[in-house]
Ligand binder design. Sequence first.
Ligand code: 5AD
Ligand code: SF4
Length: 479
Amino acid sequence: MRSCAKFQTSHSHFAQLRTKVGSFAQPFFVLLHKISGIMAEKKKLYIETYGCQMNFSDSEIVASVLSESHETTTDIKEADLIFLNTCSIRDNAEDRIRRRLVQIGFMKRRRKHLKVGVLGCMAERLKEKLLQEVAAVDLVVGPDAYRNLPQLLKEVGTGQQAIDVILSEEETYADIAPVRYDTNGVSAFISIMRGCENFCSYCVVPYTRGKERSRDPKTIVAEAENLFQNGYHEVTLLGQNVNSYHWNENEETVDFPKLLEKVALVNPLLRVRFATSHPKDLSDDLLIVISKYDNLCKSIHLPIQSGSNNMLSKMNRKYTREWYLERVAAIKKYLPQASFSTDIIAGFCAETEEDHQETMSLMELVKYDFAYMYKYSERPNTAAEKRFPDDVPEETKARRLQEIIDLQSKHCLSQNKKDVGKTFEVLVEGFSKRSKEHLYGRTSQNKVVVFPKGEVKIGEYVTLFVEGYTRGTLIGNQI
Ligand code: 5AD
Ligand code: SF4
């Protein structure tokens, strides 16, 4: 279960936003199309993305790789090609995708030309099994093989099944300009690295996304500049563990604080966020850089997973509760206005009631502004699956998760209450879900503020006075 006790993740709000088909590469192609008048009409590609922000970012790469032959659509009924970009992180994520594939199988019976691909982590984990077990699937492509999509689609076009799940030690898609096909025109993701080598014992990601590799900083800065020139005002730098970003060229070494500074300097009106940090690598240098630039957002996502040293050690997290709390103190020292968010797993292998209480007491100490909370889900072939029995009964896991959610809800309310009476600069992202007379945006702390729209436009900055709050939203007004 993925429970956000407070407001939406950027990717969940991303998924609901208006569609504007466009890319850096496309205008050139459209021109060619018009001039020659002989190019075939593009086919329609529908992509459904599950899981983390990295998957959303990858779907934009996929749309770019296929942009010569396919244009994206948000209407599955008109699609010639359906891709599910999948997540394997918990078994319920995979179950949901399997159920979706059954539905898509019914669509295929009525539309014989329709082709279906499974991309991403589930493709990498299950490989040819997906082709053998799920009738609807024509194509299986792992996260490092998207450049081969045009070739693989040719094979599929001749009625064969196709698969490429080779993981790469180099692929970063650095030169590909993502097609921002599902965008609010205000905020965008930039992938700065791929893969993970932390091998947290419960986690499937190192097996599905392969070795950690960083992307050339020049291409990252160029992408940020390009986005800003195209009207975007916020970028989120993505990696499984951005704090281990590392690039060497000639005499220069670029680590994550240096990279962040380079992106901050693109323009003071371009806000910069990042996800995700591993607590073991969160350096003072990084905090000092964030404190230096107003456009580096003051919100830190620092997954704790458990408050018990016993659990942290079995999880192979490579830090202790004390180390984590010291890092929280450092964040509060350098960035007194920062908000905190985290990920928590309830009911990991042999978790006792005392271990659970340690998580609860750590939450009381930090007082997170929001959190993602999950029940432990055993994943095949991970170290935890091989070494520790998944022995916390389901009802105990569920009860502990509920206690964690309840505590977090309390903290969301008390943390938001503290913002009443303060003013914040808010980047406006869109209309409120409830009323066309209200807009919403985010503070640097990543808190959503809803306010009466007045003359304000989407994409602008506005200074708001906070007058009220709910668990997930601040209620503001213009001064
Ligand atoms: N079971 C439950 N939660 C998990 N996560 C990763 N693997 C598992 C698992 N096997 C959670 C962690 C991680 C987040 C992205 O997903 O909290 O930080
Ligand atoms: Fe998984 Fe740990 Fe890597 Fe995060 S840091 S992706 S939890 S192995």
